[in-house]
Ligand binder design. Structure first.
Ligand code: AHM
Ligand code: MG
Length: 352
């Protein structure tokens, strides 16, 4: 195929549709084959980490099926309840959270889980070596309108014994794995174990996760930014000055014309940046001046920052320095997020 990405198993949709001229499917490495030889920052991936990632991916494949069914799965609409952040929960927020909890509760690889959708931590049945944090369904505002959404996850080492909330409050630099799944035109898993970033697509025919890219790198320079422009009047002056300079284009101080994209699903916006560069910003703003930002550190900021850094990009917590160095004090704490192409993040820092 033209993209170089391996096509799926025999009887792929292209074949079934009789698409003449399409090359026959190539054999691609599946996730379990990848995990069997995967490296971490400190050597071969332990069996428990391999097992945990495989389990997370399996649950995400079942979330993908629900998402694809939409109204037919009974997955749309609102649950009418609120999560700990006071946000109204969608059906799919709750169902995805339950699928992850039920699918992983008995895992020998875990000792606890924490989620955007649960006030408190969830101790699991065993006392395995890892803790899992997740945003089960990110981009809630896009669920009902058939726009890309996703799951974000972060793996931390367990501290031994029964898990406590404090055990989860480790900086992002302690993560041993992180990634996200985009439920979009394709269902895509983007994964890091601390030694590069790898991409897998869920083959709709075989339900296998097949590797489509390895050691992904984010371009250091970009002409594309992502920010919710409707908040402009609420931003701090440096953010406003940076965006003003981007909008001034070739004639302005940046000397180039910028493009803008805002899906309003962090997974989709970050995935675009992983794919073609760019910068994503959800800065502090004065709507809620007491909070550092809208997004959450433990299951949004940190895992995405781990992926971005592993792909050669940069991620900062607004003016609070490197995201992965932020010492968390609360499970659901908020954070300002500026991440993406390395040189552009550095340029934004220069506005402080
Ligand atoms: P969610 O976890 O409740 O879905 O909220 C997080 C989402 C991000 O995916 C996205 O970047 C942001 O909220 C969009 O916010 P806004 O609607 O203010 O543009
Ligand atoms: Mg989210």
């Amino acid at each position: 195929n033209r993209c170089g990405a391996p096509l799926a198993s025999p009887g792929s949709p292209a074949e079934r549709a009789g698409m003449a001229g399409h090359e026959s499917p190539m054999s691609a490495k599946d996730l379990s084959a990848f995990l069997a030889t995967a490296q971490t920052a400190s050597g071969p991936a332990p069996a428990a980490l391999q097992g945990l990632i495989a389990q997370v991916a399996e649950v995400c494949a079942s979330i993908a099926t629900l998402v694809a069914g939409g109204a037919l799965s009974g997955a749309l609409g609102s649950r009418g309840t609120e999560n700990v952040q006071g946000e109204v929960q969608k059906e799919l927020d709750v169902i995805s959270n339950d699928l992850l909890l039920n699918g992983l509760h008995g895992s020998p690889n875990l000792s606890g889980m924490a989620s955007e959708e649960m006030d408190d931590i969830h101790p699991t049945a065993e006392q395995g070596p890892y803790l899992l944090l997740f945003d089960p369904l990110d981009g809630s505002s896009n669920i009902d309108v058939n726009v890309s959404i996703g799951t974000i996850f972060s793996v931390l080492p367990a501290k031994g014994g029964a898990p406590k909330t404090e055990h989860f409050l480790q900086p992002g630099s302690a993560q041993v794995a992180a990634g996200y799944v985009v439920y979009g035109p394709q269902t895509t898993l983007v994964l890091t174990l601390g030694a590069g970033v790898f991409v897998f697509t869920l083959d709709p025919a075989s339900k296998a996760w097949l590797q489509v890219a390895e050691n992904v790198r984010i371009a250091a320079d970009t002409k594309e930014f992502a920010i919710n422009m409707s908040n402009m009047r609420h931003w701090a002056q440096p953010v406003r000055a940076y965006i003003d300079d981007c909008l001034a284009g070739k004639e302005g101080p940046r000397g180039k014309d910028f493009n803008m994209r805002w899906v309003a699903s962090m997974v989709a916006d970050v995935h675009r940046i992983v794919s073609r560069g760019g910068v994503f910003m959800y800065p502090w703003d004065k709507r809620e001046p007491g909070k550092p930002g809208k997004l959450r550190l433990m299951y949004e900021g940190n895992p995405m920052s781990f992926v971005v850094e592993q792909a050669g990009g940069r991620s900062i917590a607004g003016d609070a320095g490197r995201m992965l160095d932020v010492q968390p004090t609360q499970l659901h704490q908020r954070v300002a997020v500026i991440l993406g192409s390395a040189n552009e993040v550095t340029a934004i820092e220069g506005y402080a």
